[in-house]
Write a protein that binds this ligand. Structure first.
Ligand code: AMP
Ligand code: GLY
Length: 422
C-alpha cells in the first residue's frame, strides 16, 4: 500500500517512520516532510503545499490512505475535500475539527455535553471582557478563539496582565482574526496530561498516555513553547483517571458529535488538568496527535499503525486492541537559537552516530541545503529513547542530545521530572 502523510514536523516523522515499518506498506510519502523523513527507509518527501496539490498527488499516485498530522489542513477541510473525491483519508471533517479550531465552539460543546471544564465567558466586545476580568479577578486565562500555533493562550497571574491580553487581542488586533473573539476562563491548578485516542465515529481506541513540557527552560521556567519534551506513559493517569476520562470526556465527545451530525473520526487529544482531589477538567481539545507526544508514543506502539488506521476507517475500532512496549519512552526536543521568539534558520547540524534500536532522532525543523542538514524551524529535533524507567530513558536521550551539535542548540535536561516526583 502507498500512504501519504501530510505535514513536516516531528509528529509526522514519527507517524511516517512507524507506518513504513508495516509489512503491507510499500512506500510512505510525506508532504512536505523534513530532512529526517528524507533519510528514512521507505519514506519519500513530496513538495506539496495545498489541498488541491495533495488531492492531485493522491489521485495520480494511487495513494491508498492519507493521514493528516497538523490542525491547519483539518480546519481548512482537507478531509471533506478528499472524501468528496472518493479518497480515503484519516482525520475529522472541518465541522468536527472545530473542537480545536474554535475555543468558543469547544467550550459550548463541552457545556452542552456535560464535559467538565473551567467556567468561562466568550467576548468580542473589549469592555464586556474587561468587566468580566474585573469581576472574576486573577489569576485568569485569556484565550484567542481561533488557531494561533500555540501562542493564543495567556495565563494571567494579575488582573493587569489579563486586561492587557484583552486589549492586545480585541483592540489592537494582535492575533489577527484568531483573536477577534476571546474565551476567558477560570485558572485551574493540578497536573496536566495528554490523553489521546483514536475514534472511528462510534468506537474509541485509547493510545498510551503521555505528558508534555511546555515551558522553554528547566523547572518549568521561561516562555511557553509548542512543547520541549514528552514522555509516555504518564503515571498521573492512573487506571481510575483513565476510566473517568473515557466516561466523562471521550464518550460524550463521540455521542455529542454523532448527534450533531458530524461524527468524529480521527485522533482526538484531550489536554487534561488533574486536580489533587483526582477530579479532571478539559483544558483543550486537539483534533490530531500531539507534538512532541507522538514521538514517545510511536516508540512504544507495538501494533501495526496501518492496521489501527484501517479499523478506524472501517468503523471497526472495537475489533482491535493496541499493544504497547512496557518500557518508558522519553523525547527531548532540541530547539533552535532564539526559539520561541524568532528561531534562527540555516545552522548546520552535526548528527551523532549514537542511534541504536532504543533511540530514534525524529526531525522537525530541518532541511537539506547543499547536502548538509540545517536548522529550518523552532523545534529542530526530538531525541527519543526507550528505557526501563523514566531515568534510564532520559539518560539515554540526553547522552545522544549532547553529541548532536548546532549553533545555539537549546534543550531541557529535566524532561520526565514530574513522573519521577510521582
Ligand atoms: P491550551 O492551548 O488551551 O491547552 O493552553 C495552553 C496551556 O496553557 C495549557 O497546556 C496549560 O498549561 C495552560 N492553560 C490553559 N488553560 C488553562 C487554565 N484554565 N488554567 C490554567 N492553565 C491553563
Ligand atoms: N504538545 C501539545 C500539542 O501538540 O498541542
Amino acid at each position: 500500500m502507498k500512504i501519504l502523510v501530510v505535514g513536516g514536523g516531528g509528529r509526522e516523522h514519527a507517524i511516517a517512520w512507524r507506518l513504513a515499518q508495516s509489512p503491507r506498506v510499500s512506500k510512505v510519502f510525506v508532504a512536505p516532510g523534513n530532512a529526517g523523513t528524507q533519510l528514512e527507509d521507505g519514506v519519500q518527501n513530496v513538495p506539496l503545499n495545498n489541498i488541491d496539490e495533495l488531492i492531485n498527488f493522491a489521485t495520480t499516485e494511487n495513494i491508498d490512505i492519507t493521514v493528516v498530522g497538523p490542525e491547519a489542513p483539518l480546519s481548512e477541510g482537507i478531509v471533506d475535500a478528499f472524501e468528496k473525491k472518493g479518497l480515503r483519508i484519516f482525520g475529522p471533517v472541518a465541522l468536527a475539527a472545530q473542537l480545536e479550531s474554535s475555543k468558543d465552539f469547544a467550550k459550548r460543546f463541552m457545556a452542552e455535553n456535560n464535559i467538565p471544564t473551567a467556567e468561562y465567558g466568550t467576548f468580542i466586545d473589549a469592555n464586556e471582557a474587561h468587566a468580566y476580568v474585573s469581576r472574576k479577578g486573577a489569576p485568569i486565562v485569556v484565550k484567542a478563539d481561533g488557531l494561533a500555533a500555540g501562542k493564543g493562550v495567556i495565563v494571567a497571574m494579575t488582573e493587569q496582565e489579563a486586561h492587557d491580553a484583552v486589549d492586545m487581542m480585541l483592540v489592537e488586533n494582535g492575533m489577527g482574526v484568531a483573536g477577534a473573539k476571546v474565551v476567558i476562563e477560570d485558572f485551574l491548578t493540578g497536573e496536566e496530561a495528554s490523553f489521546i485516542v483514536m475514534i472511528d465515529g462510534e468506537h474509541i481506541l485509547p493510545l498510551a498516555t503521555s505528558q508534555d513540557h511546555k515551558r522553554l527552560l528547566n523547572d518549568d521556567q521561561g516562555p511557553n513553547t509548542g512543547g520541549m519534551g514528552a514522555y509516555s506513559p504518564a503515571p498521573v493517569v492512573t487506571p481510575e483517571i483513565h476510566a473517568k476520562t473515557i466516561k466523562e470526556v471521550i464518550s460524550p465527545v463521540v455521542t455529542g458529535m454523532k448527534h450533531a451530525g458530524t461524527p468524529f473520526v480521527g485522533f482526538l487529544y484531550a489536554g487534561l488538568m488533574i486536580a489533587p482531589d483526582q477530579s479532571i477538567k478539559v483544558l483543550e481539545f486537539n483534533c490530531r496527535l500531539g507534538d512532541p507526544e507522538t514521538q514517545p508514543i510511536m516508540m512504544r506502539l507495538k501494533s501495526d499503525l496501518l492496521v489501527l488506521i484501517e479499523h478506524a476507517l472501517n468503523r471497526t475500532l472495537n475489533q482491535v486492541e493496541s499493544e504497547w512496549d512496557n518500557r518508558t519512552a522519553l523525547g527531548v526536543v532540541l530547539a533552535a537559537k532564539d526559539y520561541p521568539e524568532s528561531p534562527r534558520k540555516g545552522d548546520v547540524i552535526r548528527l551523532s552516530a549514537a542511534e541504536n534500536k532504543n533511540v530514534h532522532v525524529f526531525h522537525a525543523g530541518t532541511s537539506f541545503v547543499d547536502e548538509k542538514i540545517v536548522t529550518n524551524g523552532g523545534r529542530v529535533l526530538c531525541v527519543t529513547a526507550l528505557g526501563e524507567n523514566v531515568n534510564q530513558a532520559r539518560e539515554l536521550a540526553l547522552s545522544v542530545s549532547e553529541k548532536i551539535s548546532f549553533h545555539g542548540k537549546q534543550y531541557r535536561t529535566d524532561i520526565g521530572n514530574r513522573a519521577i516526583k510521582n
